[in-house]
Write a protein that binds this ligand. Structure first.
Ligand SMILES: C[S@@+](CC[C@H](N)C(=O)[O-])C[C@H]1O[C@@H](n2cnc3c(N)ncnc32)[C@H](O)[C@@H]1O
Length: 219
C-alpha cells in the first residue's frame, strides 16, 4: 500500500527526476525499443507519475492517444503540465485516478467513473508501480486483459540490484521476484523478454530493468 507521505509533492518529484537526468535516460532507453506500430495507437500509462513513459510514446507516435492513470490526482495534473511543456495537444490525453490493484477502474478528475474496455490498448506502460498493488499478480493479469491482441506491455520495473532494492525499500515498494513476474506474463500467453539497461541509460540503469511482454495477435 502507498504511504501517503511518499510522492507527496508531484512537482518536487518531477524536479528531481528531471534534474538528476532520470527522465532523459528513460527516454533514451524507450527510444531504443523497436516497436512495429502504426496508425491510431492507443496507449495506457498506469501509475504514470509525471507521465514520462506515456508522453514519450505520444511524442513518438503523432496519431496516438494516451490514457494516463495514477492513484494521486496531483501526478495527473503534473502529467498534463508536462504534456503542455512538450507541446502535446491535451485532447490526445485522458487522465483518471485509478488504483493499480484494479487498473481498469478509472475515476476522471470531474468524478465520473468508468471501466476501461478489455483489449483496448496497443501499448501499456508501467514503471515501478505494480509492486504497490494489493496483489502484483492480479494487477499484471488485469493489465494484460486491457492489452489489445498484438499489443505490448512495457514494464520499467525496479531491478534487483542492491541500489534497486535500497530505493524500493525507501519507497515501501514490495514487489514479487522478476522471474515470477515473467512467469505470470507467460501464463497469460505472452512472449516475454527482459532487457537490462546499459551504461548509456544511466542513471535509470541503477534502479530499473525492462520486462516486455507481447500479447499474441488475434488469429
Ligand atoms: C516510482 S513512481 C513511478 C512513476 C512512473 N511510472 C515512472 O516509471 O517513473 C510511482 C507512482 O505510482 C503511483 N502509485 C503508488 N501507488 C499506486 C497505486 N496503488 N495505484 C496507482 N498508482 C500508484 C504514485 O503516485 C507515483 O506516481
Amino acid at each position: 500500500m502507498l504511504n501517503p507521505r511518499l510522492y507527496k509533492n508531484a512537482r518536487v518529484y518531477d524536479f528531481f527526476i528531471k534534474s538528476l537526468g532520470y527522465e532523459r535516460s528513460i527516454d533514451r532507453f524507450l527510444r531504443s525499443l523497436d516497436l512495429q506500430l502504426a496508425g491510431p495507437i492507443r496507449i495506457m500509462d498506469a501509475g504514470c507519475g509525471t507521465g514520462l513513459l506515456g508522453l514519450h510514446f505520444l511524442m513518438r507516435y503523432p496519431g496516438a492517444t494516451l490514457t494516463a492513470t495514477d492513484l494521486q490526482a496531483n501526478f495527473l495534473l503534473t502529467t498534463l503540465a508536462n504534456a503542455r511543456n512538450r507541446d502535446i495537444d491535451e485532447n490526445r490525453i485522458e487522465v483518471g485516478v485509478a488504483d493499480i490493484s484494479h487498473p481498469g477502474r478509472l475515476t476522471t478528475l470531474d468524478q465520473q467513473t468508468r471501466t476501461l474496455q478489455q483489449g483496448s490498448f496497443d501499448i501499456i506502460c508501467v514503471g515501478a508501480v505494480v509492486g504497490y498493488a494489493e496483489s502484483t499478480e492480479q494487477s499484471l493479469r488485469e493489465l494484460i486483459r486491457l492489452l489489445a491482441p498484438g499489443g505490448t506491455l512495457i514494464n520499467l520495473e525496479m531491478n534487483e540490484s542492491p541500489t534497486g532494492r535500497f530505493i524500493s525499500k525507501r519507497y515501501h515498494y514490495s514487489n514479487i521476484a522478476l522471474s515470477k513476474m515473467q512467469q505470470i506474463l507467460l501464463e497469460e500467453g505472452c512472449s516475454v523478454c527482459m532487457k537490462r539497461l546499459s551504461l548509456v541509460h544511466l542513471p535509470a540503469k541503477f534502479t530499473r530493468v525492462a520486462i516486455i511482454a507481447h500479447k499474441p495477435a488475434a488469429t
